[in-house]
Ligand binder design. Structure first.
Ligand code: SF4
Ligand code: SF4
Length: 128
């Protein structure tokens, strides 16, 4: 399960990831992080069975947690299978099948948005 975690320094006083791992015993994979002086946004990946315990622990610490069900979305009517999005993706989410049709493995997407910017046909969008 992917969770989008946002927090402000004002509300979250302790090291959020370290404290949550310590309290829950659940290993957290941080797939993307953007942290500034006033707060930040993290995309984390955890086992589905641990979604509640992690959500509860982080919300108790003052963070906001949102489950990410879908990630990058391809509009088949706009996509011309040019492949421009494939090379910019850092996670190998996008690839061609044997018929050179673009395929999307959303489970690996970290919502970086690079493919959206690279697509000349505006065929990709992010759906958090
Ligand atoms: S949003 Fe980023 S990780 Fe997801 S498919 Fe696009 S380039 Fe790849
Ligand atoms: S860059 Fe856009 S048009 Fe080209 S393959 Fe990717 S989604 Fe399709």
């Amino acid at each position: 399960m992917k969770l989008l975690v946002t927090f402000s320094r004002r509300d979250v006083k302790q090291p959020l990831i370290a404290q949550t791992v310590k309290d829950t015993g659940v290993l957290i994979n941080v797939e993307r992080a953007h942290v500034e002086s006033k707060g930040g946004e993290l995309l984390i990946d955890i086992p589905d069975k641990d979604t509640k315990i992690i959500t509860d622990a982080m919300e108790k610490a003052g963070a906001r947690v949102k489950q990410i069900e879908a990630s990058v979305i391809r509009d088949e009517t706009e996509c011309v299978n040019c492949g421009a999005c494939i090379s910019v993706c850092p996670q190998d989410v996008l690839f061609f099948d044997e018929t050179w049709t673009l395929c999307v493995d959303t489970s690996k997407c970290v919502l970086c948005g690079k493919c959206v910017d690279a697509c000349p046909h505006q065929a990709l969008s992010l759906l958090p």
